[in-house]
Structures are given as C-alpha cells and as structure tokens.
Design a protein around this ligand. Structure first.
Ligand code: NAD
Length: 292
C-alpha cells in the first residue's frame, strides 16, 4: 500500500516551475505575474490567499493582492476585473471564492479574460476542456488529482475504470473530463446515485469530492484500488480541538486499497502548485503571441 505524497509531488513541481520562470525571465524579460482579488475578510480565504501569494513569490513570480471591502458592489468588482484584463503586466487573475452573497459569482467569473483565468472556471475554459482542447486553462484541483494518479500508476491510464464521487464544476466534472482524455472509463456519481458503494467497488480509481467527512467506507473500495481524496472537512476531535479529515474513512480504507492520498498532504498542496503552473502557461501564451 502506498501513501501518495502530494506535498513532495507539489514541491517537485514548484521546483521545476521555478526553473522555467527563471528561464523565461532571462530569455524574454518576462516575469509571470498573478493578481489575487479578495473581497471581504473571511479568515479561511485570508489563509488561502496568503499561501498563494507566498508560493507564487517563492518560485520567482510576481504576486499582488487586491483587497476589496465586503460591502463592495458587484459593478465596482467588475470594473476592477476589467482593469486587470487590460493590464498587460498581469498574466493571471484569481478571484478568491466564495464571494459575499450580494455578488453573483458566475458574473464575476464570466468577466475574467479567459486567457488570464488561472482558476480555469470561465465557461470558455470549461468548454475547451469539454472539447478536449489542450490549450484549455484547466481547474487546479482536478489537474492536481490527475498528476498524482499518473505519478503513482505511471503515465498510461488507458482503460482504467474511474468512479468520481461528486459533480461540481470545480472538481467532479473537470476531473472526469481530464480522466476521459486519459482514455479512462469514467463513471460520475452524485447525491442521487443509486447503490453508490456497489458502483465504487467496480473502480480501479476512486476520486472522492463530496464534502462529507469520512464518507467513503472501506468496503466500497476494491482491493488494490487507488483512492484520491479531495475532501477537506474540519471536524472537532474528542478533546474539543479541530482537525482536517478527507471524504474518505482513511484509517479503514488504508487497509485494503493499493494507494491513497492523505488529508492533509495529498491533493491540497497540488492545487496551489497547479495554480502556479497555470500562471506560467498564461505568461507563456503572451510570449508566443508576441512572436507570431
Ligand atoms: P460541492 O459541494 O460543490 O459538491 C459536492 C458534490 O458531492 C455534489 O456534486 C453532490 O452531488 C455530491 N454529493 C453530495 N452528497 C452526496 C452523497 N450522499 N452521495 C454522493 N454524492 C454526494 O463540493 P466541491 O466544491 O466539489 O468540493 C468537494 C470537497 O472537496 C469539499 O470537501 C471541498 O472542501 C474539497 N475541495 C478541496 C480542494 C483542494 O484543494 N483539496 C479544492 C476544492 C474542493
């Protein structure tokens, strides 16, 4: 049984990206830059943004943060995004979600230039991914899941049966599309799926993106299967402290599966590493445009 080390894989990816960033700077004088827009002061979002900014700078990219008040209007936020779209020194734009309730998230995502949409949530990028267009800006967490699966099982995933639990636009659907591109047989399951344990037992690979702590049980997993746990759930322990657990009953599943990602230290670290990768791709695209 292998514990898939997302922390190490993410570190290796960041090191590789740092070399590419330095090369881009010396060859073309371009330093990739990411701007994170945050509305309000949600503590969890603040931690995520701080991590993103730190890791962006650590690999030699430019990172800036725009903080807007929680009561900022949608039109002010859209104007800010328009300005960033037109600013050629900004390669990647990320609006930290969730946004306050008075702001329509989908309108905000739609306002981001698809070529700067490093989260990969814009409908143009979802469409590109759906069409199998390799130029798509792919959402970071699904990208991280696939990198971990490929690293563990080797490059060729042809014919593997993957059961994805969850059909969200940010994890379930895009990870299913990516695995389809890898020639997997993909089953997407969700809250209305019947006989979920039985469906899961058929899988060579299970990707759990449900948002329910320790939801996937040991007897749902075929012996030797690979389990990718996307979930991040904060639960209270017996002594009143908080801890993070995934969507998989890790201690039980670990007994029979072939490989599993831990929480924390599995998919989580890959998400930011893939955000950096997308920022580099966005910057590279501006260089190829210049040289055409
Ligand atoms: P979501 O709430 O948008 O979607 C959850 C999905 O689970 C839905 O499609 C729903 O149909 C399905 N579901 C709910 N109850 C179910 C049930 N009983 N049986 C089968 N399916 C069921 O959540 P999301 O944004 O996709 O995130 C899922 C989890 O992944 C959360 O724990 C979230 O915190 C975590 N997450 C982690 C990262 C990361 O970087 N590691 C990134 C994004 C999300």
């Amino acid at each position: 049984m292998t514990i898939i080390d997302g922390k190490l894989t993410a570190k290796n990816l960041r090191e590789k990206l740092a070399i590419e960033v330095a090369e881009m700077k010396s060859e073309y004088g371009v330093q990739p830059s990411l701007t994170v827009v945050m509305v309000g002061d949600d503590p969890a979002s603040q931690v995520y943004v701080k991590n993103k900014v730190q890791q962006t700078q650590a690999i030699g990219m430019i990172s800036s943060e725009i903080n807007m008040p929680a009561n900022c209007s949608q039109s002010v936020l859209l104007d800010q995004i328009k300005a960033l779209n037109h600013d050629s020194s900004v390669h990647g734009i990320l609006v930290q979600l969730p946004l306050p309730h008075h702001i329509d998230e989908s309108a905000v995502i739609a306002a981001i230039d698809p070529n700067k949409d490093v989260d990969g949530f814009h409908a143009i990028n979802s469409g590109r991914l759906f069409n199998g267009d390799l130029g798509a800006m792919v959402p970071c967490t699904p990208q991280g899941c696939v990198l971990l699966i490929k690293q563990h099982l080797g490059g060729d995933l042809s014919g593997k049966h993957v059961v994805v639990i969850g059909r969200s636009n940010i994890v379930g659907k895009p990870v299913a599309m990516l695995l389809l591109q890898e020639n997997c047989t993909v089953t997407i399951t969700h809250s209305r799926t019947r006989n979920l344990p039985e469906v899961c037992r058929q899988a060579d690979i299970v990707v759990a993106a449900v948002g329910i702590a320790e939801f996937v049980k040991a007897d749902w997993i075929k012996e030797g299967a690979t389990v990718i746990d996307v979930g991040i759930n904060r639960v209270i322990t017996h002594d009143g402290k908080y801890k993070l657990v995934g969507d998989v009953d890790y201690q039980a599943v670990i007994e029979g599966c072939g490989a599993i990602t831990p929480v924390p230290g599995g998919v989580g670290p890959m998400t930011i590493a893939c955000l950096l990768k997308n920022t580099l791709l966005a910057a590279q695209a501006t260089i190829s445009k210049r040289s055409v």
